[in-house]
Design a protein. Sequence first.
Length: 210
Amino acid sequence: MYNRDAIEIKNIAKYKNSVCGIVGFTLSTIQAGLQTCTGQAEKVIQHGLKANCLWGLKDKGLEYAIKNDAYLYQKTMHIVDQYGYDSIEGITEVILLFMQVPNLGMVKASFVAQMLGFNVSCLDSHNLKRLGLSANFTKIPATMTDTGKRKKIKVYLELCQLEGTEYWWNTWCDYVAGNTANRSLPTGDIVSRFHVECVNLWYVACEGLK
């Protein structure tokens, strides 16, 4: 699943020289079932930044991603050129880069990085439950120093890389398939493929806002 779908998403971003669709999709997953994410994109296509699915800071995050799309993409590619896709040091820089997007914390910034091909994973509430970890493991207070943030991200990345990004992608898809929030996505394979559908539709939504 990972080698088919996550790699396709990475290639979509490369083809478009853009990350805004991936960021938009990621924002739509915050406190929402995966199966809702295409519907959210359709609302944004229809209503723009006033869409009711862009609550909290989601509208600000999407607006930021669209306005800074070229910078975010080019900076990401610069990090790839300098560090590759597996270096903890490089992935730390990518996570910090996407944490600048309003409403993206370490976990969701990691999800963006994962879809861009980096060896990291999204240790969301589902994965924390599987690991027996509390939510505090992934929380980075806004008041934390840059050094503190880097230390916490390093610990997070070391845990992610014990199994690797492919493992986490595939097992998460299997884990959430058919649950209460994803009844229309009954298998891991369907869950994984749905990510590609979401990303493509969110790129359409973002293009309409440029």
